[in-house]
Design a protein around this ligand. Structure first.
Ligand SMILES: [Zn+2]
Length: 448
């Protein structure tokens, strides 16, 4: 078995800096060696200590002026919406009608789905993201296209077919039974195959009847460790609509809980307009929230109360999401830039260490995958990104004025985006190389 060896500065986390002292949570090796065998990290520590253990003849790839991190985790994103990212002028409900539904309808064509999936997956890798929770469309072929692309790069992905049986154009509607059957077939085909995970995906309460939500709850019982993703309390008009549609439920979260959709591996997008009682329910059930700052600002949805959600008395699992196409970038560095500002507007300060934890191990925890991804540590899967401290002329100028690692990380997240990512590794293989200008899979080099 061949050994891959990477050398450079590296950061990772052993614990949650929202709950414990950030200094105790961070692992920082200014000159690290990372050894990888068979897709997994076998050793991580100071180069000076580990170089003796290098098998003879091992080629060491050294990254200078860079920081090696665990690959980023995006806990909420819609791949079919990539063709309408940056669409002007609407808030959530009108934006769905005007922009989202027309682009999603095109995924009836498997060729179109394959083309968009290929671009999307590569753009994730270019942004340093190695795992994402991904909404496909109502069409099973959209899921097929996405998992096929993910399997090609051997990335660990969570995805599923959108369930929608009302309040959507006819061409985008399934029925409770059809949605169940199509999801069940996709679960049989993809869930647990290589690094792919299936996610039961009702879009949100307004577009599913009670019967469909119940069918989704039943689906979750059909296989081990299935995921569930949906949206919640993103926009005030949406919240009022849900209240009108489900008068017998005590609140929005209860609509999902009643259908058996809330628990471990449930990921709820947004949660801007949730109450204290909802945070308590998320904590008690282990359901996670996906904080999507670029999207929330773009659609004018509101300000997520991250520090209330993370209250150490009853912390909720929170990951970071780009929510493209309402989000304006697939880069989690860009998400962190906006997450910092959203926190500022709620009177809180999001530190660089808390930020990088959210984008890596925090996201992995939100997805219950923190036993295998999100960290640089022995036995963890070797999903990594290499961040260039001198990626742009302004960063090259700015970095020497940094006085600490925290300063450098903060500049990375305020000035950085996909241009910062020099290389991305999935399961130990380099899948993206900025300076060679290519994506790499199965021995092929595709120019980018
Ligand atoms: Zn979304």
């Amino acid at each position: 078995m061949s050994v891959t060896a990477l050398r450079g500065a590296a950061i990772t986390f052993r614990d949650d800096p929202f709950q414990a002292s950030p200094g105790d949570c961070l692992v920082h090796e200014p000159d690290a060696l990372i050894l990888i065998e068979d897709g997994r990290i076998t050793a991580f520590g100071p180069y000076a200590d580990l170089r003796e253990s290098l098998p003879e003849g091992t080629l060491v790839t050294e990254y200078k002026d860079a920081i090696i991190s665990a690959g980023f985790v995006d806990t909420h994103v819609h791949y079919p919406q990539l063709p309408m990212i940056g669409a002007y002028g609407e808030q959530l409900l009108e934006w769905l009608e005007k922009y989202v539904f027309p682009v999603e309808a095109k995924f009836a064509d498997p060729e179109h789905a394959a083309q968009v999936a290929a671009v999307f997956l590569r753009e994730l890798l270019r942004a340093g993201t190695t795992t994402a929770a991904v909404y496909c469309t109502v069409h099973p072929q959209s899921v097929e296209a996405f998992f096929t692309e993910s399997a090609r790069f051997d990335t660990r992905m969570v995805a599923g077919k959108v369930l929608m049986d009302r309040h959507a154009p006819e061409v985008l509607r399934d029925t409770a039974q059809q949605g169940y059957d199509e999801s069940a077939a996709l679960i049989a085909r993809w869930h647990g195959r290589g690094r792919q995970h299936y996610c039961v995906t009702p879009r949100f309460a307004p577009t599913s009847t009670e019967a469909q939500l119940e069918a989704a709850g039943a689906l979750l019982k059909t296989a081990h460790n299935l995921f569930m993703q949906t949206h919640i309390a993103e926009n005030r008009a949406e919240c009022a609509w849900v209240e009108a549609l489900f008068p017998e439920r005590s609140n929005y979260l209860d609509v999902y809980a009643h259908a058996g959709l809330i628990g471990h591996r449930s990921v709820l997008g947004h949660g801007i307009h949730l109450a204290e009682q909802d945070f308590c329910t998320c904590h008690a059930t282990g359901a996670a929230l996906a904080h999507c700052p670029t999207s929330n600002l773009f659609l004018g949805s509101g300000l997520f109360r991250l520090f209330d959600a993370m209250d150490p008395r009853r912390p909720v699992r929170v990951g970071l999401g780009t929510d493209v196409g309402a989000g304006t970038s697939l880069s989690q560095l860009a998400s962190l830039n906006e997450a910092y500002k959203v926190a500022q507007l709620t009177g809180r300060r999001l530190s660089a260490l808390q930020s990088f934890w959210l984008a890596t191990l925090g996201g992995a925890r939100a997805l219950y995958l923190d036993d295998r991804i999100g960290r640089i540590a022995p036995d963890y899967e070797a999903d990594l990104c290499v961040l260039d401290l001198k990626a742009t002329p302004l960063m090259r100028f700015r970095m020497p004025f940094c006085e600490s690692l925290e300063d450098q990380l903060f500049v990375l997240m305020t000035l950085g985006d996909d241009r910062v990512v020099r290389a991305t590794y999935a399961a130990g293989h380099k899948v993206y190389d900025r300076d060679q200008g290519c994506f790499i899979y199965a021995g092929r080099h595709d120019p980018c």
